[in-house]
Ligand binder design. Sequence first.
Ligand code: UDP
Length: 239
Amino acid sequence: ASTSASYNRVMLKISGEALMGTQGFGLHPPTVRRIAEEVKAVHDLDVEICMVIGGGNIFRGLSGSAQGMERTTADYMGMLATVMNALAMQSALEDLGVFTRVISAIRMDEVAEPYIRRRAVRHLEKKRVCIFAAGTGNPYFTTDTAATLRANEMACEAIFMGKNGVDGVYDKDPKTNDDAVRYDNVSYDDVLAKRLKVMDASAIALARDNNLPLFVFGLDQPGGFRGVLAGEGTFTKVM
Ligand code: UDP
């Protein structure tokens, strides 16, 4: 697979769990900083960067509702968790001298800007990293869908999905199958038909229908996000 282009504007999606380091929960500041450094390395190339961070390191709506909580309330709690992660990333990036905006899909004007598309585009043009928080603002969605939606709205050229402990898309779970094979390239249709674990189906459909390529890579590889952007290292391209 090749990233085969020099990008002007990209979406980086990471799960909340990527921020918890070796802990089982929450935020691990050195890990947040390490990811911020990877983002800075790409920002230094003058690439305009959108980010969406999940909330699974703090709260997932589905697990809340499995424990008897009302689903939509639990989902709002999950969305609030993504705001905490976004603020942690903002703090780490600004500590490195990268200007950022946290833009929330749920209004909370004291801590984040509301989402106004044209304003967000302007921030990107001014080379501010836009961290889109609170998912889509709607229950029953995921931050994968939020990343795909914002990537389309912001006219990103691709989504880069940084994973923890896995460096691409496999034909079966590589953690439990020694003979799992990583795809270099795979189509969105195959991802859906074979039910490959990449993103949820609504996010995949939204990316596929808008011809948005997705690169799945491991956050722990030597060349990091910048390497993957240059076509180095291991990753899977989904198109
Ligand atoms: N969530 C939601 N709507 C959205 C995005 C997220 O309701 O548009 C909630 C949902 O409950 C989800 C939680 O926020 O479980 C955390 O997001 P996600 O599971 O996508 O985080 P990740 O797995 O990427 O860390």
